[in-house]
Design a protein around this ligand. Sequence first.
Ligand code: ATP
Ligand code: MG
Length: 307
Amino acid sequence: MNSVKNIVKRMDNDELIRLARQLDVSLTERKVKRDLLVEIIQGELEEHYREGIPWKKTRLNDLAIQISGLTKKFGKTVAVRGLNLVVRPGQIVGLVGPNGAGKTTTLRILAGIIRPTEGSVQVNGFNMSVHPLKAKQRLGYIPERPTCYPNLKVREYLTFIAKIYRIPKIDATLRMKEYVDLFQLNGLLDAYIGTLSKGNLQRTLLVGIFVRPPPHILALDEPIYGLDPRGAWSLKVLLKKLRDEGSAILVSTHILEVAEGLCDRFVIMNEGDVVGRGTREELFVQTPNAHTIEEIFLELTGGIPEA
Ligand SMILES: Nc1ncnc2c1ncn2[C@@H]1O[C@H](COP(=O)(O)OP(=O)(O)OP(=O)(O)O)[C@@H](O)[C@H]1O
Ligand SMILES: [Mg+2]
């Protein structure tokens, strides 16, 4: 609640008035003092939260992401071979591996974009091939190469997302404000998505996910790649906070520093196969000659190259 109150304090006057209207706060007096309006709105919001918002009751299935016996063939290429993977609420799992290992293929199947050759994926207990809408509704997916509606403005896109997920207007407004601030998109709200730089497009898609109510189930394909150091830092801090609050997060990356500082568990893939899995400590036990995560990675994915 305190973070919500702080967001209200940071809103500019137009935003405050918009929120006041949504909350049915009377603005009959011509000149309401800003401080007073902030106080009234904060009081209304407290009440609103006390009554309970539907998404507060949302709990995730203990198997938020479940990938079972997943195989994907493209012609003769076996991109993924018999992958089993689970992400539970409160975990960040790193899907790590060299180029061509099968990470993107796995996440695209998880997001329901392509179909598996064998095996299944479930999101919050819903099998993607049986209940695709229910499974997709719960998943926040960032593709490896972000694309989006080029003719929508950033603000329109975010409002649109809030509407299609039927997020209560007040919650959407507050979260939009919080994440637009965090990802420094304030100056770009009226820019067309088609004109955004790669990093800013990625930020916009991230805000689009976080406008939805937590806890989240996320599948992020190389989410840090393309962000500047400040953006990358903000995202890492945010993902850890969401994890601590019960979100389930699967992140693919081949940037080991990212994986090491972010993930609780790792699944290391190479040429479609899982070649190692576990926590950092468990991986060190599996590879006694390795001293760093980089050495574990190299050893498990073809050996440490000769100098
Ligand atoms: N649509 C496709 N048609 C044919 N082959 C494909 C297709 N998509 C992926 N592949 C092949 O599947 C294998 C795995 O590719 P994938 O993109 O999943 O790897 P990745 O682990 O994400 O690699 P990177 O780190 O380079 O992003 C590669 O050999 C790739 O060429
Ligand atoms: Mg990839």
